[in-house]
Unconditional design. Sequence first.
Length: 586
Amino acid sequence: MNKRLKRLWVPRRHDHARTLAFAEHTGLAPAIAAILLSRGLTTVESAEHFLRPSLEALPDPFTMKGMQEATRCLEEALRLKKTVLIYADYDVDGTTGAAVLGHFLAEHGLVVHYHQPCRLKDGYGLQAASIRRLREQLGNSGEARPVLITVDCGISNHAEIALARELGFTVLLTDHHRPSATLPAADAILNPWQPGCEFPCKSLAGVGVAFYLLMGLRTHLTQQGYWEGRPPPNLRRYLDLVALGTIADIVPLVGANRIMVKAGLQELAKSERPGLLALLRVADLSGPRITSEDVAFQLAPRLNAAGRVGSAERALRLLLTQSSTEAMTLARLLDEENQNRKELEANVYQEAFVQAEEIFGRNKQVAVVQGHGWHLGVVGIVAAKLMHAFYRPVVLLSLENGRAKGSARSIPGIDLYECLRECEGLLDKFGGHASAAGVQLKTTQIQLFADKIEEVVSGLIDPGILQPRLDVDWNFDGPAELDEKLLADFFMLEPFGKDNERPVFTGDVREFLLAPRRVGAGRDHLRFQLRVGQGKLDGVGFNLGHLNERLAAEGAAIAFSFKVNAFRGKERAEVLASDLLFESDK
């Protein structure tokens, strides 16, 4: 089970006559036209809006239910100089959302306080004890009711919201998680998922909801003559933070999210925020181009490390500071915490892998693995890695004082949340969605839980879902179909992410591949060149090096995509190979 899993290549079906006609109408290369059609962009207008997104195309903020009440609440806070407390989640989404709101409100004269719960001690969401303590810290000087703004949390905290209002807060709730049938009794609620909300992009991240609050506030204040002849603030400069949080939260990069992220990445590349400059420096990212992958794999993990193995407050301070010296100190600290997170993760993974391999070696369909004192900040990451390694559902539990807490991850086709519902009687607490969830139970219940969830999952297993898929967007017959035009069109599809995945192309190795060789410290990477028109591009295939010897002996197809390598201010296209399919394996 520890070998690289063979993936099933699934070519997308295309109507070639329709594809060629669409390519002619849009001026795009046929391969790119086919990709747009397969993703539901079937008109010239929709293709244009997707490829060249404009901030002017963002939906009206006042289509979001609760925006009128929320903006009036903040207008009153600005006019009366109320104190504001931002209560944000500890992940990158919550942290960036807090920074977006905090920067704006502080710049307009308000005193802003911040609070983020501790992942290990408090858990997710609002805590009654924290609200009481924070209210006491703010004091009661007889001023107007202070404003409590939640960011990326609160929609399920009915009792805590009620308590905050009893203690004298005006509560403005911003969240993007799905609500229950009954909403908390906040003074204003912004959540695209709440009943009756007509906002068209339901999949905003928490930072996206926070940014929309600023959009609505700017419009409202402009209508009220608040700026007194001054130009209203340019909100574009907050989009660097919006892009960070949106990408990190893995929400779909389509619609409003795509518009904000594409503009936000441009802002990020030229950002003057001391914290972001320092973060880019420690991540060794420079140049005019920052990609969604740079954010997902370089920046977000460093920011997330604060909430996983340290204090989320450090990441927020980094995004808020105006001091370059403090920024570099914090960025280096986050870099160290990220290294610590990697070590913790590697140790847990090593132990958990042995258990999972033994369990799946007994033909089980789900692995419930456990360890004493495993760090809760990394169990979700390790569960996801094991799920991908074995392509089976995995539950990872950390044991302490007779209790088990952990995370679960599942493959497409197995709804994890519904499976856990079938085990509800054995669990103290659980929550999540189809692919990821958190669980809590007594250690005495672990074996019963493992048996029950194995029974539930086994009843859902279809052999067709137990092999990972590689969706192939287009097959090239020869290098002549690849040229500079196609590459230019390809990179207009960025930023890549959920629901806008990096396209996968295929071609015959004998037609496309030049000088393949095995490289890397473990010699498990494949370096090569790919024929492109009359030229060639350098390429790499990670974890494909062991297949090099077979390339010389038999025919194969290569699955690949393109990326931009920015080095010392210069950009060049490169090839990223994802798989090889040999004729004998078909």
